[in-house]
Design a protein around this ligand. Structure first.
Ligand SMILES: NC(=O)c1ccc[n+]([C@@H]2O[C@H](COP(=O)([O-])OP(=O)(O)OC[C@H]3O[C@@H](n4cnc5c(N)ncnc54)[C@H](OP(=O)(O)O)[C@@H]3O)[C@@H](O)[C@H]2O)c1
Ligand SMILES: [Zn+2]
Length: 341
């Protein structure tokens, strides 16, 4: 690992501290180095607040050192006036000696413009340092902008004999350790989606309880509005999108979006893109998961298995047939992680 890679790696570490809190913005970290010494660090905490570069600049005690310093940033500095002025202009104005960028920003509003502002000001700029790692850091953001849909994570828990529930009734399948992990997953991702039958049978709240973090946006597929408004998914703990074929409109934190049943997946993706949802956990049930699997519309899958639990009858786990990239043991449960090719 050379020096540039070392500092970009630090940028990634800083950026990750805000996982789950920056939507719809990307995760970005920045480090300022003078004569081989880090004199400033920062990351983007939350949409609407300072970008990483600005936080790093503000943390520098002796600003006189800036013209002799290099600023490292995991994502190309922005070039547009959003909630804050463009960082590329700030870098130009302060006259840094050099800028080192991890990944370029494929967002239409940036896409090379940030780097160009810096270079046109006569500042040396290099990009593509630990590029793969920087893209992985923002896999949700890049998928959203490039594929015009959220990053999709399929997730379910099945018994040793391959059932999601017992006799179609709510059933605890995984252990408490897995439960904590699942709640952390909710805190990390932007949204969580369930099908009609899951909402009716399990009455889930889909909030973060056994971990720290922001509640994900809840998404319910309910074409005929069968799930009563008294159910937990309608409570005021999170913004909730109800995809249905009956009505449109916003009622407080509940947003009804009309889609057609026939063209369900593509209309859903379009709706979620419009809502700026950058990632979504598909929580089930089988019917809903199988639709995504059959259409090869997913990026990651997480399958929890409780080998010792035998349920004999109920909702069958989806048919998947993929080979996991890794398997982890959570006490007596296994968690298999899959990545789409
Ligand atoms: N262990 C786990 O990880 C886990 C996770 C989630 C759920 N579950 C269990 O799974 C069971 C429910 O699974 P499920 O397969 O019956 O139901 P589901 O996927 O939650 O909902 C499917 C139902 O929703 C309606 N629907 C129609 N079109 C749809 C579409 N395009 N996308 C989504 N839903 C659509 C249909 O009902 P109509 O035909 O009536 O219109 C369909 O039968 C529950 O008992 C729950 O406990 C387990
Ligand atoms: Zn910026």
């Amino acid at each position: 690992m050379n020096n540039d890679e070392f500092y970009i790696k630090r940028c990634i570490e800083l950026a990750q501290k805000a996982l789950g809190n920056t939507y719809p913005n990307p995760l970005v970290g920045s480090v300022i180095v003078h004569n081989g010494e880090i004199i400033g660090e920062g990351y983007h905490h939350k949409a609407g607040e300072h970008h990483a570069e600005i936080n790093a600049i503000n943390s520098v005690k002796n600003k006189d050192l800036i013209p002799e310093s290099t600023i490292y940033v995991s994502l190309e500095p922005c070039a547009h006036y959003g909630k804050t002025p463009p960082c590329a202009l700030k870098i130009k104005e302060l006259g840094f000696k050099k800028v080192v960028i991890g990944a370029m920003d494929s967002h239409d509003k940036v896409n090379g413009k940030g780097k160009k502002i810096i270079q046109d000001a006569g500042i040396e700029a290099v990009s593509g340092i630990l590029e793969k790692e920087c893209i992985e850091l923002n896999k949700r953001f890049f998928t959203y902008h490039e594929k015009k849909r959220p990053y999709i994570i399929l997730k379910w828990a099945e018994s040793g004999d391959g059932f999601l529930d017992q006799d179609f009734k709510p059933t605890a399948v995984s252990n408490t350790l897995v439960n904590q992990f699942v709640h952390q997953l909710r805190a990390d991702e932007h949204a969580i989606l369930v099908g009609t039958q899951t909402a009716l049978n399990d009455n889930p709240s889909l909030t973060v309880r056994n971990a720290e973090g922001v509640n994900p946006v809840r998404i319910l597929i309910d074409f005929d509005l069968k799930v009563p408004a008294s159910f937990n998914i309608y409570n005021n703990e999170a913004r909730t999108l109800i995809l249905n074929s009956v009505k449109e409109g916003t009622e407080g934190h509940i947003h009804f979006i009309k889609i057609n049943k026939d063209n369900f997946l593509s209309e859903l993706m379009e709706a979620l893109y419009k809502e700026q949802i950058q990632s979504v956990i598909i929580e089930g049930g089988r019917f809903t998961l199988q639709e995504f699997i059959n259409a090869s519309l997913w990026d990651e899958a997480i399958v929890i298995k409780n080998e010792n639990l035998i349920l004999e009858n109920g909702t069958k786990a989806p048919e998947f047939g993929q080979i996991p990239a890794t398997i982890e043991n959570f006490r007596d449960n296994t968690v298999s992680f899959f990545k789409a090719k």
